[in-house]
Write a protein of this length. Structure first.
Length: 205
């Protein structure tokens, strides 16, 4: 499961890359846990828009069968109509979550370190997401799929990362199965680090 992401770019870099107009005074942490804000791209009548939203969808757009906790990473099948507890898509907007890379825990529980997974040639990638943009109750979640060969050593699932040619189609409402979402495994890196999972401090023991 994806529970930690990183985005160390400047607002101007993200706005230029995605051709989006940013909200004023956008703020977020370079490393982002569920519940914390990240930068997402949405599409409106005046074009693409950058906004900061918390990572996690509130209860309202989720089937009651899922419980009370915010959803951070739904699976692709939940928007394909073949899930027993589908998301309330009528209440959600499409978005692109701006991400540098994704972290997964490695080694034994209690002494876990971070392994970072991302694209070699793409400094900030687009994670296919769903969101609510209301400033008071909004949030986002990123869609997952089965892990590719690069991610398999650390996770059974991975984010659905969209190439630039598919950004507009996703934001406009295209079905996932109609999009080209497959970067080759060789396009990704997996960097194992001595950073402790919870704190990010270096494990020098």
């Amino acid at each position: 499961m994806t529970l930690l992401i990183r985005c160390r770019a400047a607002v101007s870099e993200i706005a230029t890359l995605f051709g989006a107009r940013p909200d004023p005074d956008l703020t977020w942490f370079p490393t982002i846990w569920p519940g914390e804000k990240a930068i997402v791209v949405t599409r409106g009548t005046e074009g693409r828009h950058l906004r900061a939203l918390p990572w996690g969808l509130p209860q309202d757009p989720i089937s009651e069968a899922r419980g009370d906790r915010p959803r951070t990473t739904p699976f692709a099948r939940e928007i394909a109509g073949d899930s027993r507890a589908p998301l309330r898509l009528d209440l959600l907007e499409r978005c692109l979550i701006t991400v540098e890379d994704f972290a997964y825990p490695a080694s034994e529980t209690g002494h876990r370190t971070r392994s970072w997974f991302g694209l070699w040639d793409v400094p900030i990638c687009a994670w296919a997401g769903l969101c609510l943009t209301d400033p008071a109750t909004g949030g986002f979640a990123g869609l997952l799929t089965a892990a590719n060969a690069r991610a398999e050593p650390v996770s059974r699932t991975m984010p659905i990362v969209l190439p630039p040619t598919q950004w507009e189609a996703w934001l406009a409402g295209a079905a996932l199965h109609a999009l080209d979402t497959a970067y080759d495994s060789d396009a990704f890196y997996l960097e194992r680090t001595p950073e402790l999972w919870a704190s990010g401090r270096l494990d020098l023991d």
